[in-house]
Design a protein around this ligand. Structure first.
Ligand SMILES: NC(=O)c1ccc[n+]([C@@H]2O[C@H](COP(=O)([O-])OP(=O)(O)OC[C@H]3O[C@@H](n4cnc5c(N)ncnc54)[C@H](O)[C@@H]3O)[C@@H](O)[C@H]2O)c1
Length: 96
């Protein structure tokens, strides 16, 4: 299967991707904006896998996701925002 994980450079998303690459045969596309919380070091040990792909995209804007969604069979949304950002940018948070 081809699996899309948004927020995959974060705490939970990176753990999920490490599991999917190391313990299954699935391919994973990680779509992450790389905010203060996103850290690709979390994925260092799977980044060289031929089944792992990364795209730095802001998921606030659905049109930017169109190409990424092609052919995906499963979708895990693990994007996160700090509470103070939710209060400052409520519309963006609702879109995510
Ligand atoms: N960690 C917990 O204990 C916990 C508990 C309950 C619920 N959650 C929820 O689970 C989700 C993941 O949690 P986490 O701890 O892994 O969060 P995290 O903050 O560690 O990671 C969030 C990731 O989302 C990315 N991101 C943020 N905005 C984005 C955008 N607009 N487009 C693309 N990527 C974007 C960040 O770069 C980061 O890599 C969150 O929604 C969180 O609220 C977490």
């Amino acid at each position: 299967m081809r699996i899309l994980v948004t927020g995959g450079a974060g705490f939970i998303g990176s753990a999920l991707i490490r599991f999917l690459i190391n313990s299954t045969e699935h391919s994973v596309l990680n779509v992450d904006k790389l905010t203060y919380a996103g850290n690709l070091d979390n994925l260092r040990d799977v980044s060289s896998s031929k089944r792992y792909f990364f795209s730095q995209v802001d998921n606030y804007f659905p049109q930017s996701m169109t190409e990424q969604l092609f052919g995906m069979t499963n979708f895990f949304k693990l994007i996160g925002n700090l509470t103070n950002q939710i209060l400052s940018y409520p519309t963006n948070t609702e879109k995510v």
